[in-house]
Every structure is written in C-alpha cells, then in structure tokens.
Design a protein around this ligand. Structure first.
Ligand code: PEP
Ligand code: MG
Length: 784
C-alpha cells in the first residue's frame, strides 16, 4: 500500500489533519506517519524525523510526502538525501495542499492506488473548492486597474518565488518592451517592479500564494501572459513537473559524463576526472576572510563610479564563467545593488562604503521577511556583495575553513593556486571541466579532484564524509562501508603504482624502440619547481608566470620577477627552464590590466594579444627574462600566438630587452611559441623561421578546434582527452616542423597515458606535465 507522511511545523495540527483524513477512509486501513514539530509545543521540522517517518511508512510500494510551508519543504528534500537510494526512488514529494491534499491522498491510498495516482489526487486537492468558488488555476488576462492587462496566478513551485524562480520571472519581465509589476495578492502586498530580483523576492511569495501581474507598454499583453506563466509554474513548464521524486536528487548533471544513480552510500556518481588520486575526508568549504575597508575620502564621483564599474565587471565575469542558475540570480542582484550604490557615490561616499551600504539595505529587506527560506536569501545578497567588495578594495580570496574534501562551485585560478595539499585531501567542484585552469592547478598541486559534478554538490553538508577518485571521476557521498573499503583499496593500489614509478623517476624516459623523450613539468611557483625537480622532471616545460601577476593591484617590477625566475632556475639546477610570458585575460584576469567587457573573452584579448596591448608591462617581464637568461638555460615561450606578425613583434621586444640588459645574445637562450590556435597549427611552416621550438597547448587547441569552452562542464566530453581533430593538427605541425623545430606538448593530454603513444608517433619528443605526474608519464613513455 502507498504510505503517507505528513510534514508540518505543528505536531497537533498534523495529528488533527491525519484524524480528519482517516475519518474519510471509512475504516479502511491506511499507512500514515507524522513528522511534525520539534516536540509537542515547538514549531519546526526535522529532516531525520522525516527520513524515519518515510522508512516507517514504506512497505515497498512507496510513499507520498505532504508538507506545509517553507522549511518543511527543504527538510523533506534533505530527508530524501538521507535515505537509501532504493527507498528514495519510491518517494514522491507532493506539492499538494496539506489538508485537502491529505484527505484526497488518504482516500486514494486506502483504496489501493499507486504512489503516482495518490500524489496526483493530492495535487488536485483544491479542485473541488476552486470550482465551487469559481476560481481557475490561472485566471484569464483581464484589464488591470492601471488600464493595462493583468493576470492572477497561483504559484506551484514548492519553494515559492525564491531566488531561482524569481530570477526566471525577472529575466522574462526584462525581455519585453513593457513595464511589468507584481504583487502578492495572498498577503495583500504592494506592487513592485518585476525587473528587480530583490523586490520580487521580498514579496515573500510561497507555494500556493496568488501573484498578480500587470504591465503597461508596447508588449504589455505578451509580458503579462509570459510572466504569469513562469511565476505560476516556477519554470514556465506544466505543473505536472512539480512532483519531485527521490530519483531527482541524484548528484551530477555534467552532460554525457553526468552522474548516474544516487550517490548516497555508494559510488554511483561520475563527473569530470580532473586530477588523479583517491581522496577520502569530510566535506569542507572556503570561508571568506573579513574584508578591511579603508576609511579614506571619496576621490570624486566619476573616479569612484569607474572604480565600481571595474569591480562589477570583474564580478560579472566570474559569475558568468561559473554559469549556474544560482549565479544567474547573483548577476541580477548586482543590477539591483548597482543603482543604490551609484546614488550614494553621488552623495560623496567612496565606492566601497557606498557598496557596503547598498548591500546592507537590500540584505535587511530580506532579513525582515517572515519565511525562513526567503530570509535565507539575504546570504546571497551578502555573498555577491562581498565578491564585489573584494574587487573594490583588492582583498584576498576566501580561505579554507577546515581540512578535508573541498567543495565549491568553482575556483578561480588564484584560489586553486593557493590550495594547501597538506590540508585538502581532494577537491569536488560543481562547475568546470578537466582542462579548466582550476582543474589544472589541482593536478599541479597533486590534489585529487573531480569537477563539473553539478550544483547538487553544493548542498552537501559540511562534515559529510566524501570519497572521490579523481582518475575516474567517481564520487561517493556518505559512503557505505563496502564502498569506502573499495575506495581505500584503490588508493592503496595507486600508491603502490606511484611508488614504483617514483623509484625510477630520475632515470631518463626512453621508448621500447630506444627514442629518448624529455619529460618536463608545468609549474606555477618556486615551490612547485622544487617539487618537480624532486620528482625527476628533465626540465620545466612550462612555467605559468601569471602566478606572479594575479591578485595584485600593480604589476611586479623587474627585480621581483628576476628573483622568482632565478629561484625557479636554481630549483632546476642547470636543467632547462621554459618561461612562458604572461598568459592572462579571459578566465585569468589581472586586476591592474583592466579589460573592457568582452562578449567572448576566450576569443578576446588574452595571451600574447594582451601583453602586446600593454607594452610597458610586457617589456618589464622580457627584461627580467633576459637577465635570468644570462645565468641559466632559459627558453622563452609566447602564449596563444595566432599570426606570424604577433610572433615577430614579440621577438622584436625580446631583442630590445636583451639589448638593454647586456651585450650579445645568451648562447643557451631559445625562443619559441605555444601552438594553441588552429590557425597557428595549420600555418606551422610560416612560423618555422621564427621559432626555436613549438609547444602544443592542447587545452586551448582543443577548445578552439572543437568550439568547446574549456571551463564549461556541459562540454566536458568534447574538451577532455586527445580528439582526433587535434591529433591531426599535431601531425600537421610535426610534419611542418620536420627536423628543424622540436615539438613538445605541454597541455593536459601530455599526461594522458592513452594519448602518449599517439603523440610520440606524430613526432612529439618532449612532454610537460603536472609535477606529481612526471614519474607516471615517464613510465608510460617506457611502455611505448
Ligand atoms: C594549454 O592551453 O594547453 C596550456 C598549456 O596553457 P594553459 O593551460 O595555461 O592555457
Ligand atoms: Mg593555453
């Protein structure tokens, strides 16, 4: 028999509702449980109690859960996560009304209906009342009080119009040439502009509330119809979608690589395998460090507004990069906060103070709401507010609160670069793909990571035990003992393999046919250079110098750069060091090189293009490189070269730097370029006269060849591994290079054991990989 569970803030109310419903079943048996109130007199709901009630109500035919309002819904959703996956798949959270729905559900369940039918009956529980009172689900569009069209609609989304549904309403309202307004007819609120997320969210609209929409302007009619539809369903879809079953709680939504079955208690979810290794530990998060806002007077209205514009642009870029609906809501909040802050700047407040006040005012509006879930949205306002404030005052990024498996939406390259492997067992990201910069940096630091696991991972509570395998992408949340044992066994096997590889790390890597292959390391700090040398790297095949430039308000001067390049060269102790010039822009912004907003930043002013656009910064870097090249075997490498003209200009600037720093050209200096743009691979022969070496950046080459942004989780299957089209470009490049120009690969596929034989067959003779992977890649070469 289908069981019923009543989730309600008040225990007496739940009991009375059950008594009423039981009365209607006329003595037929009914399996109904209550999970209501924290005790007899205290209002509240408890996920564990709900979970236990579901287990008690389930005899194998499944359970329909009816909830009252607000946090009851959230607690019920959390309870689902606590259930065994097979039980969870039999549970339906039903948005039907508590009393009428329960009565209808009880009658249906007692007469033997299955759980879908019982839930449908409950959902239609208001039909009798509505038809009696002459109310339809979505009232006809009528002439509004302002003379324009208007409509009333009942909200069916279980969370009412909270951040995400509200963001969809706002997005729709803004897409029409009309002024659209909303009000909560159930509470009798005033009208608010539908284009403002904070105003819409503060209407306190809960499931079952009636919202009134009105509009004026050219597209008023269409706007009212569309906004009412979206507000009503929360998604613009039919109400049939409102029923949620346990199956929808699974982790992962990463396109083809997305999660399979529920992860609870077993290794059922698979996402982007970003950095090999097994990690087991409690879930931990980044916590913001307090932001220190200096008490200095305004520099004037215009400069302060420009400062705000820059910080907003940077924040928008970050939010857009993550591209998850929750961050779409944050983007809309920025639009609400912006005018408030701008007004305060006009009243002689400096930008940071004006921004803080605007954030405090709007967050306070949310704090004042009666519904706890909507009240919780104040946290979104403060989170996005802090993000902007950090850019305004140049404050550091959040730091890790505890040790364990770090869970985050995504990490900026700067955040990923500072992860401490002694504290972080592993990384689990909602967004990103294995070739995103955050993923690369976890690999560089030897931290197992799974990325693109979908926004559900953000709901995992701090402290929950997580096991993940960054080599296969498997994740287990709160794993059962057997699953945990399997992860531990795998970890032991990987440790043994890596120890065997490490014991031969300093030996050269030679193929079975006797071809020597240089295996270098990609490094992004002096510390990583030391780790790479200790792991037997034959050279530094790629030094990502941008680590010196990120997260600061001014470029490092020549002396500072020289000191770092010298320290890296010292770590490699006579082995070659390939210094790549600044590769900033798009997802690696540098605050002191403000870039105008770009519609497609990955196709914009980045890499060498950005350096050439800022000749003073570029010249200083080349000068530091020229100086260290007089002391150690250095290769200079230019990133993202597209045309021969760019390479020649860069070489000319290097020649000028060499002339400024002494006489003659250091004998051991080599100058080369990254091949990351298909145009460069296709025209390789034209570059040959100007390059001492080519190094293929497969991360970008793949992104540009397959038109698949490297950080986009949904496109992970396109951007991971060695695609045949990229392999063909590498073939072309090697043929054009012939014996004159050696070809290296420093993109992530260089560490892909499956890809190594193919790369070597094309003629690649140098591989450069994350420091921790050097010994394993040497083994892969030896097996080729
Ligand atoms: C690449 O694009 O493959 C590369 C090595 O450069 P980065 O990942 O730093 O863009
Ligand atoms: Mg690149």
């Amino acid at each position: 028999m289908t069981g019923l569970v009543v989730v309600c803030h008040s225990r007496p109310l739940a009991r009375a509702a059950v008594a009423l419903a039981t009365e209607m079943t006329r003595g037929r048996p009914l399996q109904v449980e209550i999970a209501a109130g924290l005790d007899e007199d205290t209002y509240g709901t408890d996920a564990v109690a709900i979970m236990e009630a579901v287990v008690a109500a389930d005899d194998g035919d499944g359970v329909v859960v009816l909830m009252d309002l607000g946090s009851a819904v959230l607690s019920a959703e959390t309870a689902l996560e606590l259930l065994d996956p097979d039980v969870r798949d039999r549970v339906v959270l039903c948005p039907g009304p508590l009393v009428e729905g329960l009565v209808a559900a009880a009658v249906a369940a007692a007469s033997g209906a299955g759980r879908s039918e019982v839930a449908a009956e409950a959902l239609a529980g208001l039909a009798g009342k509505e038809s009696h009172l002459g109310v339809t689900e979505q009232d006809q569009i009528t002439e509004g009080t302002q003379g324009g069209p208007s409509a009333k609609v009942r909200v069916t989304d279980p969370h009412g119009l909270h951040a995400r549904p509200a963001a969809r309403v706002v997005g729709e309202a803004r897409s029409f040439d009309a002024r659209v307004e909303l009000r909560n007819a159930t509470t009798g609120s005033g009208w608010v502009p539908a284009s403002s997320l904070s105003k819409v969210a503060t209407l306190g609209v809960l499931q079952g509330h009636e919202v009134e929409v009105r509009a004026s302007g050219a597209q008023a009619q269409e706007a009212v119809a569309r906004v009412a539809a979206v507000a009503g369903s929360g998604s613009g879809l039919s109400t049939g979608r409102a029923l949620s079953t346990g199956a929808s709680q699974d982790l992962g939504s990463a396109g083809e690589n997305g999660a399979g079955g529920g992860p609870q208690g077993r290794a059922g979810a698979v996402a982007g395998a970003a950095s090999p290794g097994v990690a087991i530990g409690p879930a931990a998060r980044l916590r913001a460090v307090p932001i220190d806002v200096p008490d200095v007077p305004s520099l004037g209205v215009e400069p302060e507004r420009q400062r705000l514009d820059r910080a907003l642009d940077q924040t928008r870029r970050e939010l857009t990069r993550i591209s998850d609906p929750i961050f779409d809501a944050h983007l809309l909040l920025l639009d609400d906060l912006d005018p408030e802050a701008r007004t305060l700047i006009g009243q002689a407040h400096p930008a940071p103070q004006a921004w803080q006040q605007a954030v405090a005012a709007i967050a306070a509006d949310f704090d004042a709401l009666p519904d706890p879930y909507l009240r919780g949205r104040a946290a979104d306002v403060r989170a996005v507010g802090d993000q902007v404030l950090r850019f305004l005052v140049g404050a550091p990024a959040p730091t890790l609160a505890g040790d364990g498996v770090l869970i985050a939406a995504d990490l900026t390259p700067a955040e990923a670069a500072t992860l401490d492997p002694t504290r972080i067992a592993g990384v689990l990201l909602a967004a990103g793909s294995p070739t995103s910069h955050a993923a690369i940096l976890t690999r560089t630091r030897g931290i197992p990571a799974v990325v693109g696991a979908g926004p559900q991972v953000l709901d995992i509570r701090d402290g929950t035990l997580i096991a993940l395998d960054g080599g296969s992408g498997e994740i287990a949340v709160a794993p059962a003992d057997a699953v945990l044992d399997a992860f531990r066994a795998r970890a032991a096997e990987q440790r043994a393999r890596s120890q065997a590889a490490r014991s031969r790390a300093i030996e050269p890597a030679v193929t079975t046919t006797g071809v020597p292959i240089a295996v270098g390391a990609n490094v992004g700090s002096v510390e990583e250079a030391r780790a790479a040398a200790a792991n037997g790297a034959d050279l530094a095949g790629l030094v990502r110098t941008e680590f010196l430039f990120q997260d600061r308000t001014a470029a490092p001067d020549v002396d500072e750069q020289l000191a770092v390049y010298r320290a890296i060269a010292a770590a490699f102790d006579g082995r070659r060091v390939t210094l790549r010039t600044l590769d900033a822009g798009s997802d690696k912004p540098v605050p002191f090189l403000p870039a105008p907003p770009e519609a497609n930043p990955f196709l914009g002013v980045r890499g060498l293009r950005l350096s050439l656009a800022h000749p003073t910064v570029f010249a200083a870097q080349l000068q530091a490189i020229a100086l260290v090249a007089r002391e150690a075997p250095i290769s200079v490498m230019f990133p993202m070269v597209t045309t021969v003209g760019e390479l020649r200009r860069a070489r000319m600037m290097l020649d000028e730097a060499l002339a400024r720093t002494g006489s003659g050209r250091p004998a051991d200096l080599r100058v080369g370029m990254m091949v990351e743009v298909p145009a460069a691979a296709l025209r390789a022969a034209d570059f040959v006269p100007y390059a001492d070496f080519f190094s293929v950046g497969t991360n970008d080459l793949t992104q540009y060849t397959l038109a698949a942004e490297r950080g986009n989780a949904a496109l992970m299957s396109l951007s991971t591994g060695l695609d045949p089209s990229v392999a063909q470009l590498i073939d072309l490049l090697c043929r054009a290079a012939g014996d004159r120009v050696p070809v290296a690969v420093c993109g992530e596929v260089a560490a892909d054991e499956q890809a190594v034989p193919r790369l070597l067959a094309s003629g690649v003779r140098q591989l450069s990989v994350a420091p921790a992977l050097v010994p394993l890649v040497k083994q892969a070469v030896r097996a080729t």
